[in-house]
Every structure is written in structure tokens, then in C-alpha cells.
Design a protein. Sequence first.
Length: 319
Amino acid sequence: MQISIVIPLLNEEQSLTELYNWIAKVLRSNSFSYEIIFIDDGSTDNSWQTIEALADLDTNVKGIRFNRNYGKSQALHAGFLKAEGDVIITMDADLQDNPDEIPDLYKMVAEQGYQLVSGWKKKRYDNVLTKNIPSRIFNAAARKTSGVKLHDFNCGLKAYRREVIKNIDVYGEMHRYIPVLAKNAGYLNITEKEVKHQARKYGKTKFGMNRFIYGFLDLISIWFLSKFGRRPMHLFGSLGVLMFIIGFFAAAWIGFWKLYKLYHGLPNTLVALNPWFYISLTVMIIGTQFFLAGFLGELILRSKRDKERYRIQKTTPNL
């Protein structure tokens, strides 16, 4: 199979049939063999009924339905597990991603050898204050932190070589950072393509300003995990040992100074009345806690097991 189109969605019944017809027209006109996988992330409208109807109409259409809303990352994770294409293309279901971009994205991966191609919506039809400006700030921070030079990390329109999506783990809200996850997994041949952005035709956006706050928090998380995720002791242990040593020598100096005063008959006070004694003691305790945090992190890392992150309520018969 040449192409898998993976489409996560939430309450997009109005756009699904039109989106399917557009995608199918593009794929058939280019003689692609394909599958279209819709992942219904807990929709409360008739999205799933529409997917079932499309699957009855076209055996290349497949559907996964979650029993509730788990988030875009979990939907992509489920779609990636089922995808069988040599090239996997993701896109949003709201008709803001243009299916006419699919052939060029496919060629960049299948013929030009790129492992991941990310769409870049250079000209956007979103609200400038609530989406465009925050998006630019967010993308600049992501480029600086991750070292991946993309203009639009959050664009849903992306193309992947099969082995990329089979070897990265999209969890939490990390769908924004799939290029960073791919880079951390050793897939360095990453580029971007300027793509057309469509104005929203139906409904309203499912994301608010809070997604940028969560996005920055996730960015910190992925930076930390890429640096210390495999060896948390390197960070926490180093900080712990450093702080313990500083506190220990500070306490030793207080003790030495007390003995010096006693030996020379100088006026002396109780150690307990010296505030630096409590400061040094606190630093040693914090250092010990850092060290234990690193040790526990190592134990958790070595004993972790895969946990169920979402529940699939049903799938179409052909999946």
C-alpha cells in the first residue's frame, strides 16, 4: 500500500463527507493505492455514523472510535498503530488542510528521501491576536529549544516514512512535537513544505488560548526528556551531590570556627543559634532529596510498563 491518510477528529460531521470526496478524488487521479483512517476522538455529534457510512461506501475507509475524548495525540497514536502505508500523511478534519498537497508530500518522502515533511501554513486565515501571534512565539521557542528548524510545528498536515511513525511514541499532548520526537529517535532528514491554509468552513475551532500554555509546558517536558529522560540520575544526582557537598562544607566550617573560638578562649555561641547552621542543614537535606529523586527516577524508568492510554469503543469492520 502506498499511502495511509490518518485523520483525527472531534465533532466534524459537517465536513467529513466533503473531506473524503476531496481526498479520494486526489488519490484516485494520481493512481495511488490508499487507506483513509478516521479516528473519532469521542465525538458527541454524528461523526461516527458518517464514518461508518463512508466505510460502507468505500472499503479503503477505516474508522476507530474512542469511548470518550482522549486528545489528538492519543488519536494519532491509535491511527499510527493501524496504518499500513509506506507513506503516512496526517491532516485535520476541518477542511483547513488542503488535500491537493498530498501528491507533493508523498513525492518528497517516497522519491526525495525525506523521513518527515511538515506543512508550513505561511499564510493563515486565523485570528491574528488569538492564534497567529501566539503561534509565532510558540514556534520560535520550539525552534530554539529543540534545534529543529521548522516554521510551523503545530500544522496538522505532515508526511512520514512508515518507519518513523512506527518507532516514535506520541503521548500526552506531544502531537505538536512529533518532529522533535522523530529527531530524538534518530530521524534527522526532516524538512518542511509551504502548504495552503483554508479558512474554516464549518463549526468552530476545538482549541483555545490554553493550548499555547500547555504547549510551552510540553516543550519544557520534551526538552527535559530529550536531555535526561534516559538517565534522570545525571541531572538530579548531580544537583543532589553538589548541594550536599556545599551544605556539608558549610556545616564543617561552622564546626571548625566553633572549635577555633573554644581553643583560643574567644566568646562563643551555641551552634543552634547560628542561622548558617540551619541553612547548611537545609541544603544537605535538599541535596539528599534530589539524589533520591534521581535514584527513584532510574528505578521507575527500568520498571515501567505500558499502560492503557485510551479505550477503543468500536472500529469499522474492515479494520
